[in-house]
Design a protein around this ligand. Structure first.
Ligand code: FBP
Length: 553
């Protein structure tokens, strides 16, 4: 197979480990910290996780390795959406496992959690794994979104582990997948299977973070990739001076990705879903806010601009979320078959008009037809609307156009408005990991094996102090139950890892808030350029603006 010169060079890159993991396996010992409690609903979570709740946080440090010298057979699973660096988690895990004992074995379950249930796997060896070092993607074993959540599934998983003599499973996933890791860990402990479960924090969305997990892997590379593209678009806009670009970026519910891209590129507009919710902004108010920027810039002779739209924003607009809720109800019951049996959009539209409340239909009727239809696309396995499929960039540009047409009629706006649309999501999820993600991921995988070796179960691999050079990173583990609270899911109270949305009193948002007014009217674009893998530290080893602001560096 022909590979590119960059890939050839990246295969040779040696990812950096935290200083405390560099001494060699025989010199890594554990320092136990405080016992933990869940972030909320302590009694309920403790009752649901009697075997894995309240365990101590731990860090690794230099010292005599006192772990049990037993043969380890580990299974690894990539779960959910791709995120740059996933391959390096597997490589770090493999290298630590083999450095500890050449007889240790690493199984890769294919296609996500379903690979474990279907016993579909490969066994890693040097030749296979070496092709994937420092590369993007999850194609090393594939990924999937099957939820591991029922007793039946856990029993099958236990059987498969028993069949192969598996001693531990590593689940590389986001908040939902790591919630499932915690439940699986509890099941394995309760049934005395002897199998440990360790999670690794993955997701480009950046919403798996808390006081222990400073960021999920993949966020750095994905946001740098989108920021490069947005910067290029800004420069094009500033050169041609004739288009308004509406750029939707991935990130699901949270706006961490949009905010980071805005901090990197200083566009005219960036919506932040969490603020939209806090201020209970309507679609019309949002359109008015963007139209103000268009009109103010037009008054200065600038009929161009760039607006960043987080992919989940529509769910945060109260009238829109009410509409989605009603549609979900409509599609959940027996009426779903009736709806799906209708063949023409005209008939479906009449059905919708009948089924929705007057208010929600009023909102629905103002949407462009393409967006109306996108609201009826298939839900994901968790029952969520697939926000990546709703063209909110087109929705907002249409609403802004209508707003500007009104302003034209009353003589308050005389500019030209020509909009172009972009969606940056899948473009960033499989990029070659930045040096940060390559190092962070390799460390997460290596560290996951240390947790296994020392017998921990239901822990998340934790690398912290990430705004500092890798030498100063801190490696350890945190019981997953510490990050959990109870939330209402599908009409039931469930223990889940609390999702981190953008904090409106956090440093990244505060910085954005302090600057956005001038960005909206003037042209303050910054052009981050492509990710650099080689060269001076200040271009190839820089962290995200979000992390830098959060840590005050
Ligand atoms: P994870 O939460 O699994 O990391 O996935 C994140 C994400 O990339 C979201 O940003 C996006 O909404 C979604 O996946 C798209 O899912 P799919 O890959 O199934 O189209």
């Amino acid at each position: 197979m022909k590979i590119s010169p960059l890939q050839t060079a990246r295969l040779q890159y040696a990812p950096k480990l935290p200083g405390m993991l560099r001494h060699g396996i025989s010199e890594i010992c554990v320092k136990e910290g405080e016992a933990t409690a869940s972030v909320a609903d302590q009694e309920k979570i403790a009752a649901l996780f009697p075997n894995t709740y309240g365990k101590k946080e731990i860090t690794f440090e230099k010292g005599e390795n006192t772990s049990e010298a037993k043969k380890q057979v580990v299974g690894v699973i990539l779960s959910g959406g791709q995120a740059p660096g996933g391959h390096n988690v597997v490589c770090g895990l493999y290298d630590a496992l083999k450095a500890t004992n050449k007889e240790n074995v690493l199984y890769g379950f294919k296609g996500g959690p379903s690979g474990l249930l279907e016993d579909d796997y490969l066994v890693f060896d040097d030749e296979y794994i070496d092709q994937f070092r420092n590369t993007g993607g999850f194609d090393i074993i594939g990924s999937g979104r099957t939820k591991l959540e029922t007793e039946e599934q856990f029993a099958v998983a236990a059987e498969v582990c028993k069949k192969h003599g598996i001693t531990a499973i590593v689940i590389i996933g986001g908040d939902d997948s790591n919630t499932n890791a915690a439940v699986l860990a509890e099941y394995f402990a309760a049934h005395e299977t002897g199998v440990q479960v360790i999670g690794c924090p993955k997701t480009i969305d950046g919403d798996l973070k808390n006081e222990d997990i400073e960021c999920s892997f993949g966020f750095d590379t994905a946001t740098k990739t989108y920021s490069e593209l947005i910067g290029n678009i800004e420069r094009d806009a500033n050169s041609a001076k004739k288009y308004w670009h509406f750029v939707k970026v991935m990130g699901r519910s949270a706006s961490h990705v949009a905010l980071e891209c805005a901090l990197e590129t200083q566009p005219n507009i960036c919506l932040v879903s969490e603020e939209v919710a806090e201020k209970k902004m309507s679609l019309a108010q949002i359109a008015d806010y963007i139209a103000d920027s268009v009109a103010n810039r037009a008054a200065k002779g600038m009929n161009f601009g760039v607006a960043i739209i987080p992919e989940g924003v529509v769910e945060f607009v109260p009238e829109f979320s009410a509409l989605i809720k009603e549609i979900n109800e409509m599609l959940a019951g027996a009426k779903a078959d009736e709806f799906n049996a209708l063949t023409s959009w005209k008939d479906k539209y009449a059905f919708i008009e009948n089924g929705l409340s007057k208010e929600s239909f009023g909102v629905f009727a103002t949407l462009p037809e393409t967006v109306q239809q996108q609201l009826f696309l298939e839900r994901d396995p968790h029952g969520n609307v697939q926000v990546s499929l709703i063209e909110s960039e087109k929705l907002f540009s249409a609403l802004v156009k209508a707003n500007l047409d009104e302003r034209k009629k009353n003589g308050t706006y005389k500019g030209k408005f020509s909009a172009l649309h972009h969606f940056f999501g899948y473009e960033g999820r499989c990029a070659f990991p930045s040096n940060f993600d390559a190092d962070y991921c390799y460390s997460l995988g290596y560290n996951a094996f240390m947790l296994i070796q020392y017998g921990y179960n239901g822990y998340l691999s934790k690398i912290s102090n990430l705004s500092k050079p890798a030498e100063e990173w801190i490696a350890g583990g945190m019981p997953i139950t510490k990050m959990m609270n109870m939330e209402r899911r599908h009409g039931e109270d469930k223990p889940v890892i609390r999702k981190a949305l953008v904090e409106l009193d956090g440093a990244p948002f505060k910085y954005f808030e302090a600057h956005r007014e001038s960005w909206a009217v003037d042209t303050c674009y910054t052009y981050p350029g492509a990710i650099q893998y080689y060269g001076p530290d200040e271009v190839c080893n820089i962290t995200t603006r979000t992390l830098a602001l959060e840590k005050g560096v």
